[in-house]
Design a protein around this ligand. Structure first.
Ligand SMILES: *Cc1c(COP(=O)(O)O)cnc(C)c1O
Length: 356
């Protein structure tokens, strides 16, 4: 049996893979593949409509918000957000919390000024900033709710920052309950927690749009996508369908409350194991630990290698840490079961008892 702890693309529910496979061969009994039908047809249009509606339903959002499925990965949003929200002479506030935040900051500087509202740099991004300072004239505040590489996650969202709150939720979207209506814009590449690579989810409070004076290319202007119901051009139909199946699975399994309960249980189990054995050293400040990506090291290079091999021999896939951090990273997205995390914890316990 394989236990998949990949950071992204990553585990999805088996029934999603099965249903997506069937749709490639014969979509809804049409005799045609999902991949060979027009997107503006009565076969595909309901897919997009249901996916957009489910995003809003799971997030409990009203008419002010629009959910879009766009191309280009979360990385495209690093530039599309400031292009649509930040005037050249204005400032946007960003939290500097690691690799992904820094990529977002770099792109924002192409469009306007950036102020760092808080930084985790001093701790090598192993802790999140405790106090934020956001100018009231900032166009928005950008946070990365979960830093996939460092393994930090915002537990207290800075809703009251006084300006629209923009969030990169690529690696924890739909993993927990938040007060989503208090965000101005949320975006996520689908391939971590909610689908196949090739599509982003962008959720926007329409009231924050229309305030920049630059010319925005048609395909990059959120307003055009809203007007065209997320079908401005051909959407990545397969990726949208996999996202729809994953959203249905989340709903059927109890929605975000149940996802949060499961993710909390998995994370507690793993962090308790890390903390119980001195062989393992968690890197992240405890209050900022991510429930999605747990990062730890083994300080002995020989044992580190042996642990890696033990994981491999036992079907534990994807636990090697990101090259910039080293050690180990265990990703526990929605589709990773408590049984998988439990199996890894047993292995860690046995290994530490024998070698520690
Ligand atoms: C993976 C990731 C990205 C980049 O996503 P792409 O879809 O590959 O562009 C951005 N932000 C965070 C937090 C991520 O985890």
């Amino acid at each position: 049996m394989i236990h998949n702890f990949n950071a992204g693309p990553s585990a999805l529910p088996k029934e999603v893979f099965e249903e997506a496979s069937r749709a490639v061969l014969d979509f809804n009994g049409s005799g045609l593949s999902l991949l060979e039908i027009g997107h503006r047809t009565p076969l595909f249009e309901p897919v997009m409509a249901e996916a957009r509606a489910l995003v809003k339903e799971l997030m409990q959002l009203g008419d002010d918000f629009e959910a879009l499925f766009l191309h280009g990965g979360a990385t495209t949003q690093f530039m599309q957000v400031p292009m649509n929200l930040l005037n050249e002479q204005e400032v946007a506030a960003y939290t500097e919390t690691g690799t992904w935040a820094n990529k977002a900051i770099k792109e924002a500087k192409l469009f306007g000024h950036v102020e760092i509202a808080g930084s985790g740099k001093e701790s090598n991004y192993m802790a999140l900033p405790k106090h934020l300072s956001v100018s009231p004239t900032s166009a928005y505040l950008h946070i990365t709710t979960n830093e996939t590489i460092a393994g930090t996650q915002w537990q207290d969202i800075p809703y009251d920052c006084g300006v629209p709150l923009v969030a990169d939720m690529s690696s924890d979207i739909f993993s927990r309950q938040l007060d989503f209506k208090r965000f101005g814009l949320m975006y996520a590449g689908a391939q971590k927690n909610m689908g196949a690579a090739g599509v982003n989810i962008v959720v926007i409070d329409k009231n924050i749009l229309g305030k920049v004076n630059r010319v925005i290319p048609t395909i990059l202007d959120y307003r055009n996508h809203i007007k065209e119901a997320s079908m401005l051009n051909t959407p990545p139909v397969f990726a949208v369908y996999v996202a729809l199946l994953t959203l249905r699975w989340v709903k059927k399994n109890g929605g975000l409350a149940e996802m949060e309960r499961r993710n909390t249980a998995k994370a507690e189990l793993l962090y308790n194991t890390i903390d119980r054995f001195p062989l393992y050293r968690g890197l992240v400040h405890k209050a900022d630990r991510s429930k999605m990506n747990a990062v730890f090291v083994i300080d002995n290079p020989q044992l580190e290698k042996e642990f890696q091999e033990t994981c491999k021999a036992n079907g534990m896939v994807g636990v090697k840490g990101h090259r910039s951090v080293g050690g180990f990273r265990v990703s526990m997205y929605n589709a990773v079961t408590i049984e998988s995390v439990s199996a890894l914890c047993s292995l860690m316990e046995t290994f530490a008892t024998q070698k520690g």
